[in-house]
Write a protein that binds this ligand. Structure first.
Ligand code: 5GP
Ligand code: ZN
Length: 151
């Protein structure tokens, strides 16, 4: 990664994080991975501990920590790779569908702080059940909406 200009404390921290990042090491070829797809700006490889066989991680080659950290054009390129991987899973593994998710920040389960999307092949009755479903009480949905509505 090239840094133009002054090496500020913030940039030093970022440089350290990149040097310690296991996904950057895979992207740079320092750690092996089973690469599903690669282009100039993105990479996809098999998750080492898959939820189902074919579970693929898709990420930008440049180090960004999370969703908000990542510029729109990089996100768009990453999503195009997610789409290619999804197509390959359907065409070549015969899966009937797949989940796409991203754990954004540690509280949401993000362990590796380099943005990545999980693409999980799904089969009929595969038993992968993810989330509970709640019900709003009277007025609760409106209260939440008034806080998060974007004008
Ligand atoms: P997160 O919880 O950060 O969204 O997901 C990290 C994922 O990376 C996990 O599913 C984990 O199995 C996978 N992973 C962690 N270390 C490695 C590794 O060295 N190689 C590969 N291929 N996957 C990894
Ligand atoms: Zn990284």
């Amino acid at each position: 990664m090239k840094f133009a200009g002054k090496l500020t404390p913030l940039r030093l921290i970022k440089l350290f994080n990149i040097m310690a990042c296991i996904f950057c090491k895979i992207i740079n070829g320092e750690i092996p991975a089973q690469v599903v797809y690669e282009d100039d700006s993105t990479m996809a490889f098999l998750d080492i501990n898959p939820h189902s066989f074919g579970h693929t991680l898709v990420m930008p080659k440049k180090h960004f920590v999370n969703f908000e950290d990542t510029p729109g054009d990089v996100l768009a390129a990453t999503m195009m790779t997610v789409k290619k991987v999804g197509r390959s899973l359907k065409d070549n593994l015969g899966v009937s569908g797949y989940n796409v998710y991203e754990n954004n920040d540690p509280v949401a389960g993000q362990i590796i702080p380099h943005l990545h999307f999980h693409v999980i092949p799904r089969h009929e009755n595969d038993g992968l059940e993810f989330w509970p479903q709640l019900k709003y009480g009277v007025g609760e949905a409106e209260a939440i909406l008034s806080k998060i509505k974007i004008n």
